[in-house]
Ligand binder design. Structure first.
Ligand code: MLT
Length: 201
């Protein structure tokens, strides 16, 4: 997979970025640097094309997810993460997955459906993909999710289903709701920054 890597400073957080539909490996870089100025960045470009737009897995229309593609691409992504982490000498447990929309969806799926040493996730505007195969404990995971009450794509029901998947399996879950839509807002990004730096919310 195509990716961007920046070593950042020695004490920077290690942020693994996954863009939304139509984005690329550069889309979340400014947000990442806002979240943590000296962050180490590993940012992937989704390999699935939809009318020229990059995505991390196929869909057959809005919110009509291709679950075979989802599983296949999740495995591919995880293999890439493991390989590059080994090359860069980063323990998997040090990464904080940072995803927006489609990138958040595949990242959440990776944490929910694969037993990995990845432990932290910061997911902007994710939703449930309706897959609930695994039941292993998530009590080592620290997860932050955002939801926009005016989101035309992510319903409250779908967001709540995703949040429950993490919560019921023991994850340490933080939720930030705003009155906004599907786009990133300054309010949620500031909240995410405080969560990342363990500042009481
Ligand atoms: C998107 O437009 O990216 C959707 O909201 C999320 C997805 O398709 O995974």
């Amino acid at each position: 997979m195509k990716y961007l890597y920046d070593a950042g400073t020695e004490d920077g957080k290690k942020l693994l970025l996954l863009h939304g539909t139509g984005g690329d490996e550069t889309s979340l870089v400014d947000i990442a640097r806002f979240l943590d100025g000296g962050c180490e960045i590993l940012s992937f470009r989704g390999e699935v094309k939809e009318d020229g737009m990059n995505r991390f897995f196929k869909r057959n229309g809005l919110n009509q997810f291709d679950l075979d593609s989802l599983e296949e691409e999740t495995d591919k992504l995880y293999e890439e993460i493991k390989q590059i982490s080994a090359e860069k000498n980063v323990p998997l447990s040090d990464w904080i997955l940072v995803g927006y929309s489609n990138g958040a969806n595949i990242a959440a799926h990776l944490l929910l459906e694969r037993e990995t040493e990845l432990t932290q996730g910061l997911f902007f505007h994710p939703m449930s993909l309706g897959v609930h195969e695994k039941q292993f404990s998530l009590k080592e995971k620290r997860i932050w999710l955002s939801f926009g009450q005016g989101d035309p794509i992510v319903t409250l029901e779908s967001f709540n289903e995703l949040a429950a998947s993490f919560e019921q399996r023991g994850a340490d879950l933080t939720i930030k709701q705003t009155s906004q839509g599907h786009q990133l807002s300054a309010e949620e990004v500031n909240h995410a920054r405080n969560w990342l730096h363990h500042i009481p919310l």
